[in-house]
Design a protein around this ligand. Structure first.
Ligand code: 4YB
Length: 460
């Protein structure tokens, strides 16, 4: 299975016990990591699911996850920023589970833990979708899907580890910063690329340093576009010493103004499109100034239906949804309807995919179908605009009209923005522009369209 006949950390510990696995305040070799994982396994109870509190340190989360997997259990990292109500609903779907940390439990030194055999096709990880409304779904993946995801991505995006040292005369071992949370698929995907390659995982914050500072001594990072915006000015201060060479972007539309700026600072930007259900990235390209999301990666399969909806299949597609204590499989032949609308550009070979927007975000303005992401893409081409979100606002005459919420780089000028939008068809022109509010901390890694819509409607 993608080169493994045992758990990947045991594979690397057997092959290179003294090679560095984790870079952090206290670095760990593969040998030390494996010993820690075995120790943690002895502390686990009987429950088939381990729920890890996202407030644990990243190191504790990693060790806890690997221990649970090799004990034959499934893991769910629970985002503590979710409301109590959502957390309770999610937990009620799981069936029998235990929490980590579980302070009531002493290590059971007399019981030798049973090591579960490497079974790459059984459910291993449970990950919550970050749907804009309602209760998140619990998506189950096996190691197989995560490894297929890592293997396909690293065929296009160079990321070297012990795996490459063994096969080529390559001496470099790359280091990927755990720059996104482990409760999100983007964080989990970093872990599986590290495990697949036998590379190094960098854990931050280390000695209280900022994300931007952590980025200066790794080779790779995964970022959502807003994170890259925030760190670029800091990275510009240390161009000579910064080792960051590859950034994988995803999760939301990626503006070419952003990637051009980063590329000028010597950072190779990779634009991806993917979902929780597809174990992260499905299409990818090196940033090239165009707004598409590139070509389909190995082990993925994707179709654009007649109505424009993206249907996912392939080896990275999740096993199914975990509900009422059981797996409800996704029918691999039907595939997964993503609710994303997209089109292929077939002028080039292989064809590239362009994301239009989500079906759920559409609204009707005076009989015209408005796709907010189309207006956002126009706004995002304006050099003054850092981030834009367009939401519907009730209108007696038109039913609903677009309103734009803007994070600008400099001075916020609604009149200039209105002038800039004259190029759009009338029904797409925002009726108002509001400066981006500072709402309560976001629960996920992306700005919440639902929260911003509610906020904008309160302002009207
Ligand atoms: C997009 C989009 C795009 C997603 N344009 N809409 O490892 C990675 O792939 C990674 C690296 C950096 C940052 C994020 C990632 C991800 O995994 C992102 C995966 C993700 O966002 N999953 S999600 O379930 O939370 O949301 C999926 C939805 O996000 C998609 O269905 C799209 O609507 C949207 N999206 N990439 C435009 N490039």
């Amino acid at each position: 299975m993608f080169g493994f006949d045992t758990w990947p950390w045991q594979h690397w510990a057997a092959m290179a016990p003294n090679a560095k696995a984790i870079d952090s305040e206290m670095a760990l070799t593969w040998g030390e990591l494996t010993a820690l994982v075995d120790g943690q396994q002895a502390r686990l109870g009987e429950a088939p699911i381990v729920v890890l509190d996202s407030a644990l340190s990243q190191r504790a989360l990693i060790v806890g996850m690997l221990a649970a997997w090799q004990a034959g259990k499934k893991t769910l990292v629970l985002n503590q920023a979710l409301s109590d109500e959502v957390q309770a609903t999610v937990l009620s779907q799981l069936g029998v589970y235990q929490f980590l940390p579980d302070r009531s439990r002493e290590p059971d030194v007399n019981v030798l833990p049973t090591m579960s055999h490497w079974q790459p096709d059984r459910p291993l990880t449970l990950t919550l979708t970050s749907g804009s409304t309602g209760t998140p779904k619990v998506i189950a993946h096996a190691a197989h899907q995560h490894l297929a995801s890592a293997a396909g991505l690293t065929q296009m995006l160079p990321f070297l580890g012990l795996a490459d040292k063994m096969t080529a005369l390559e001496n470099r071992v790359d280091r990927w910063l755990l720059s996104l949370p482990l409760f999100h698929i983007s964080g989990l995907a970093i872990v599986w690329r590290w495990l697949y390659k036998g590379a190094q995982l960098a854990i931050y914050p280390c000695r209280g340093e900022s994300m931007a500072s952590a980025l200066t001594h790794v080779s790779h990072a995964s970022l959502v576009p807003t994170q890259l915006y925030r760190v670029l000015p800091v990275l510009r201060q240390c161009l000579d010493t910064c080792t960051l060479s590859h950034v994988l972007l995803g999760g939301a539309a990626i503006s070419s103004a952003l990637t051009e700026q980063a590329e000028q600072q010597g950072i190779s930007c990779w634009c991806g499109y993917g979902m929780t259900e597809t174990a992260s990235t499905v299409t990818l390209k090196r940033a090239d100034g165009q707004d598409d999301v590139g070509t389909i990666l190995p082990y993925r399969d994707l179709m654009v239906a007649d109505d424009g909806e993206v249907i996912h299949r392939g080896e990275t597609l999740a096993l199914g949804v975990w509900q009422a204590g059981a797996l409800h499989p996704i029918d691999a032949s039907t595939g997964l309807a993503s609710r994303d609308l997209a089109s292929w550009c077939t002028d080039v070979q292989p064809p590239t995919l362009s994301i239009v927007g989500r079906k759920d975000n559409q609204f009707i303005c005076g009989g015209e179908n408005v796709q907010p992401e189309v207006i956002e893409a126009h706004l995002q081409q304006c050099a003054e605009i850092r981030q834009a979100m367009v939401v519907p606002i009730d209108d007696r005459e038109f039913g609903a009209r677009p309103l734009a919420i803007i994070q600008s780089r400099g001075h916020f000028n609604a009149q200039q923005l209105a002038d800039y939008c004259r190029r759009l068809p009338a029904y797409q022109r925002p009726v108002a522009f509001l400066p981006w509010p500072s709402l309560s901390p976001e629960a996920g890694i992306k700005p919440s369209r639902a929260l911003l819509t509610q906020w904008a409607q309160r302002q009207a």
